[in-house]
Structure formats: structure tokens, C-alpha cells
Design a protein around this ligand. Sequence first.
Ligand SMILES: Cc1cc2nc3c(=O)[nH]c(=O)nc-3n(C[C@H](O)[C@H](O)[C@H](O)COP(=O)(O)O)c2cc1C
Ligand code: SF4
Length: 430
Amino acid sequence: MAYPYVSDREVRVLSKYFGDPAQRRIDTYVERGGYKALEKALGMSPDDVIEEVKASGLRGRGGAGFPTGVKWSFMPKDSSRPHYLLCNADESEPGTFKDRELIRWDPHQLIEGCLIAAYAIRAQHVYIYCRGEFFETTQVLARALEDAYARGYVGENILDSGHTIDITIHMGAGAYICGEETGLMNSVEGRRGQPRVKPPFPAAVGVFGMPSTINNVETLSAVPHIVMNGGAWYRQWGTEKSPGTKLFCVSGHVNKPGNYELPLGFPLAELIEDVCGGVRDGHALKAVIPGGSSVPIINAEEAMRCTLDYEGCIEVGTMLGCASVIVMDETADIVKQVRRMVDFYAHESCGQCTPCREGSAWTAKILRRIEDGRGTEEDLETLMDMTQQMVGTTICVLSDSVAAPVQSSIQKFRDEYLALIRRGERVGAA
Ligand SMILES: Cc1cc2nc3c(=O)[nH]c(=O)nc-3n(C[C@H](O)[C@H](O)[C@H](O)COP(=O)(O)O)c2cc1C
Ligand code: SF4
């Protein structure tokens, strides 16, 4: 079966077998070299595995880009208390659709990554937390896990190593906030999925009160390749500070939207033009959100000089996030798009923090008023002021995610807001 979204600019490490259902079968996976990295890791000390991942420079693919090996090294070295690995497969950020594909096409790659990570952090139990709506994806994963148990890759005394690592698949119930790491831990424990105040950090007090590490699906899927080939091998792609390859989920107004695996540092302009076949119907580019809906929007001029790595995005005033590139052409209604994002966050706010609960709901209301032609110029100042108070004042960063698209769009596309407001004034005056 041909996978439709391919480009000769890609470097397919994690996505090599996208489109090939045979890869889901354990026999095929093993024939193609699968579970060899696990064998290799079990022959190393846990600390050496951590050092190899540190050497690769791999950074968390769940959005924050925190160095994975460094995160693992925060786990206590003694195993007197149970340790846990939590794999975050909640993937609900608008514009993001990579983790479900990684699981669907290559479930054993993730299982192997989880086993190696668990071994490195001295965890005997892994929870893979799957988004509630991922029925097919979770079925594929469950089938692969059953096969891996049957072959002795998971469970008691894996590969006769004396180590026991169990994996449990836990399905969420469709709440975006359960993707936040401490909300996820509460949800696994059977509590309401609300983020916890940090500190304490999960490596000290995590799920069930025990030391825990949370990693994204893409992060863990990269681990077998790094362990097998070495950290230096992984650094052949990307930049000094953002090494390796990354899956880019491209959606919106391009001719070929889809998932593309590219070296970090790839120019955004080339992603749109060469990889995705350009902006649809020959329209001009208006705006891009390069990292999923919670990062600042950039205009066409900024997009043309943006490179897709953690530092390159910061240079043009945005963030790489989980690399979910939303492309908008000249026909896009920026105010409407921002209002839709804010509606999403207002709906998903867990309600614990006043700035987030009240701020997101009021921001959505004001944006709708502007969109309907009933806004005033003062509303823009209110939006800027109110969203400023939503940044850095809450338990988790969902609140900041509301502020980012609102503030950046008012700064860069003020004319669009003013046009709606003035149209309303004219309608009112007529
Ligand atoms: C509101 C919110 C939702 C999040 N959703 C996800 C998610 O669906 N998947 C994910 O991997 N990380 C998500 N994160 C980030 C996680 O909290 C955490 O940083 C990540 O899973 C760590 O993995 P990494 O180090 O491999 O990136 C979310 C964060 C916030 C604040
Ligand atoms: S910022 Fe929002 S989503 Fe996060 S804990 Fe506070 S109320 Fe909940």
C-alpha cells in the first residue's frame, strides 16, 4: 500500500515503514532488525544507556523540547521504591497527528523504545496513555503488545536478562488536559484529570507517589535507533542544539498536507514549497503556526526566514512546539481561526485556575463579539491586557496557550481585527 505523503527531501528514520502494514507483525519487525536495540541495551548498564541518549542530544517531542537523557538522569538510582515510565500518547493538540501514525504503522518501535527507557530509568512498569478517541490505533498497539509478551520481549525476565518490565495500555476519555504530564498521572490513578502543582516534579513524586518519567511517543520511538546506532550517528541530522530528525505534521492550505520526517533546522519555506507542493491554488501565503495551536502565529515574511528547529523558531518570535505546521493562505480569516482555537482551550480548561478558567471564556466571548462585527478598538486593548495576565500565573501552561495566538495575531494582523470592528461601526451607523 503506497503511503501518499512522501517527499525525496525526507529522512525517514522513525517513519521508514509508514504505509507498510507488514511492519506491525512481530515477525517482520524482528526480521528487519527489531528488538536488537533492546538486546543491546540490556547488555549495557542503565546509566550507559542514559549517557548514549544524552550524547544524541534527543529533545522531547511532546512540545517542550527538554533533553531526554537529562530528564532520565533525574530519576533516583536506587530501586527501593517502584519507578514508572509513562508514555504520552494523548496527542490532542490541534494540528498534531504524528503519534497516532507512529503507533499505527510501527507499534513495536514504540514498545521497544518504552522497554529501553524503562530499563534506563529502572522502571518495572510502563503505562502507555492513549487518547480516548484512538480506537484503531490502540487496537494495533494492543495486538503488538500481546505478540511482544508472547515472545518474551515484555514481562517477566525479558530475554533472560533477569529484568521484569510490564506494559499497560491505558485509554483516556478524550480530555486534552490529560496530555499535560501531571494531569495524565492523575488520570492513570483514576482521579480527575487535573494538572498538579510542581514541585514536586514527577521524578521525585510521580504516579502513585513514586518516581516517574513522562515521555512522548515520538521521543520514545527514536530511542531504539539511538541505542542501536549511537548518539553521534543521530547527530548527523539537525543542528548542534536541535539534533536529529522530526516528524512535521503539515495541515492547512498546502497542496500536499501530511506527516513528513525531516532533519531539524529544515527551512519552513522549503517545507511549504518543495515538500508540500506549495500553497494551494497559487494563493499567497498569509500566516503559519509552526508548532501546534498553542504557539504564536507568524506572518509570511517571518515564515520565509524561519528554520524549523527549537532555536530557529524562537528567533522569529514563535516556538517549534510539537512541530504541527498549520499553513494559512490569503483567504484565511485570522480572527475566526484564533477564535476557534480559543474556543477549544476554553472548553478544555480544567477550571482549577481563575486566570485560565475565566480568562479563556472571556477571551472567546470578546473574540466572537469582534467576529460578529460588534467589537470596539478598546476590546483589542482588553484582550492584550487580559491575556497578559494569563501568562505564567497558572498551574499549567494551557492558559499561556490561549494568550499566544491572541497576542501574536493582534500584533501582526491588527488590520484584520480593525476591519471587522470598523465594518461593525459602519453597520451600526447605517
Ligand atoms: C495542556 C497540555 C497538553 C499536553 N498534551 C500533550 C500530549 O498530548 N502529548 C505529549 O506528548 N505531550 C503533551 N504535553 C506535554 C507534556 O506535559 C510533557 O511535557 C511531555 O509529554 C513530555 O514528553 P517529552 O519530554 O518526550 O516531550 C502537554 C502539555 C500541556 C500543558
Ligand atoms: S492552567 Fe487551566 S488547564 Fe492548566 S491547571 Fe490551570 S485551569 Fe487547569
